[in-house]
Design a binder for this molecule. Sequence first.
Ligand code: CTP
Ligand code: CA
Length: 231
Amino acid sequence: LAAAPGRADLAGLRVAVSTGGTREPIDPVRFLGNRSSGRQGTELAVAAADRGADVRLVAAHVDDGVLDAAARHPRITLERVSTAAELQRAMTDAAAAADVVAMVAAVADFRVAEVAHEKLRKEDGVAGLDLVENPDIVAGLVAARRDGQIVVGFAAETAADDAELLERGRRKLRRKGVDLLAVNRVDWDAGFESAGNRVVLLDAGGDVVSDTDGTKREVADAIWDAVASRR
Ligand code: CTP
Ligand code: CA
């Protein structure tokens, strides 16, 4: 059940949330990126703040207008970043003073090995891009987890059906070591830019804590309900 507005059941809780998609520069005019709108992470931050938590929201690239309510919220401190490296620094810093850390950001898995300082031009010949893997930020946060701190991860997966979705979610949960993993199915037309979302929340043991098909705010409240029951 979602909290009634004004119910401050998260009062005193310090929360760090990341949202949006990182961009990894290729040259001064190009980047590697992804389709994250930043809505779900921002809704998670706003829901926590509405329920009384003090929130630090680290936002990478988000769609226009998505951050408006968060930027105005008296209990949200907003910080903007661009690359995975910047996001990692900001979240590592935020996590040091947080009771709950939620990595909702879509981190680009790779960056180019060497950023070109001049625009790449066709006339100079088309070479392939050398890619290197970005650090796994949430795995680092789990490794540095303080006593009692709760780390929440998100996994957007393509899957043929619910069984495959849960199987992929459980595998990722084990690999990441997070306390809660929110799993949602994405496709070319589902999950990313949409207003609604279906999210299955798994606990550390892989059990389903909640299964929410609703607005991104309802999904956010279901996650905070799970966190509140663990306090
Ligand atoms: N994540 C992260 N750092 C990365 C990649 C992902 O912290 N370099 C976090 C995301 O913020 C999310 C969780 O890990 O909370 C799952 O992201 P996902 O992209 O599904 O996981 P990956 O390990 O990158 O696996 P995949 O190959 O499926 O993309
Ligand atoms: Ca990834």
